[in-house]
Design a protein around this ligand. Structure first.
Ligand SMILES: Cc1ncc(C[n+]2csc(CCOP(=O)(O)OP(=O)(O)O)c2C)c(N)n1
Ligand code: SF4
Length: 293
């Protein structure tokens, strides 16, 4: 654990020397800045942070921080992050990627990461498109969207990431947009501080392939703070009702925070390990069991 006092670090201490190659004005610039701010408030030194992503424009994000980064395999950020957290529970582990990475190819990992409940913060940059591969449909693209891969418009209903994670029992669920930088840094900080699996959906505009109504100027007009609505963040059913409006309204802030966080998987595994160690058999004895007599 860190012996460094909180707040000793500043946002610039988490910014790497690597120059982002995102398109100018991509929403992901705002997301990485909000992450720098949130990390500075948490105050953990960069070498105590592991940042894992998949593949996509958004998945480049670990490289733009001074944390240990792993720009891994498309859709596999969550299993890798879970392995890292289990092996070294003292690390602060962040996970990030796009809506394609997280809810298309990697969608099968999300429910299991949630029900396992490791202390991870998963930041999804939801631009409703595949950015890196030049603008094909993603799982959160709205029905009817015309792209290079859907000349006649998408025939599918989009995945609702907020409702999805709430229904699987995520302990912390929030949404932000770079149109509200201060609110975005707040929800990322809160997610990191939550002792369990935290999910933050960031409406992060793709300025090159994204839809008109997903750009920052529209977010600024549309966004509605859940705090201003006096939403009770301990009410999961109300959070689910609000999440139903994904794609119609742009709520920002915390949808749900479990007031009684469940034990994390890494804690349960350590406890089981400590309980079983006294009665553990030597490896040589176990191997002997299988040797012909
Ligand atoms: C196994 C595998 N399948 C497909 C790809 C191609 N691919 C790279 S990124 C990507 C999707 C990118 O979209 P998203 O995850 O939403 O991130 P964004 O680029 O929009 O930030 C795809 C399909 C790949 N790299 N690996
Ligand atoms: S293609 Fe879209 S998501 Fe990718 S860097 Fe450019 S604006 Fe950002």
């Amino acid at each position: 654990m860190s012996i460094v006092a909180e707040h000793e670090y500043q946002a610039k201490d988490y910014k790497s020397d690597l120059k982002p190659i995102w398109c100018p004005s991509c929403g992901d610039f705002g997301v990485v800045s909000a992450i720098y701010k949130a990390l500075a408030r948490i105050g953990r030194p960069p070498h105590e942070i592991a940042f894992v992503s998949g593949i996509g424009c958004s998945s480049r994000i670990p490289g733009y921080t001074t944390a240990y980064g792993f720009n891994s395999v498309h859709g596999r950020a969550l299993p890798i992050a879970q392995g890292i957290k289990l092996a070294n529970p003292d690390l602060l582990v962040l996970v990030a990627g796009g809506d394609g990475d997280g809810f298309s190819i990697g969608g099968g990992h999300v429910p299991h990461a949630i029900r396992r409940n490791l202390d991870l913060t998963y930041i999804l940059m939801d631009n409703q498109i595949y950015g890196l591969t030049k603008g094909q449909l993603s799982p959160t693209s709205p029905r009817g969207l015309k792209t290079g891969s859907s000349f006649h418009g998408s025939l599918e209903e989009p995945v609702n990431p907020l409702l999805y994670v709430l229904s699987y029992g995520a302990g912390f669920v929030a949404q932000g947009t770079p149109a509200d930088m201060s609110g975005l840094a707040d929800v990322i900080e809160e997610g990191i501080r939550y002792p369990g699996f935290a999910f933050i959906n960031v409406q992060s505009p793709c300025v090159t392939y994204g839809q008109e109504e997903q750009q920052l100027r529209v977010h600024k007009q549309k966004m509605q703070s859940l705090k201003d609505l006096a939403h009770d963040t301990t009410d999961r059913l109300k959070a689910m009702a609000l999440a139903q409006e994904y794609g119609i309204k742009l709520y920002t802030g915390v949808f749900y925070r479990n007031p009684e966080p469940a034990a994390t998987f890494e804690t349960a595994v350590r406890e089981l390990h400590d309980r079983l160690v006294p009665e553990a058999r030597l490896r040589v004895d176990i191997l002997d069991t299988f040797r012909p007599q």
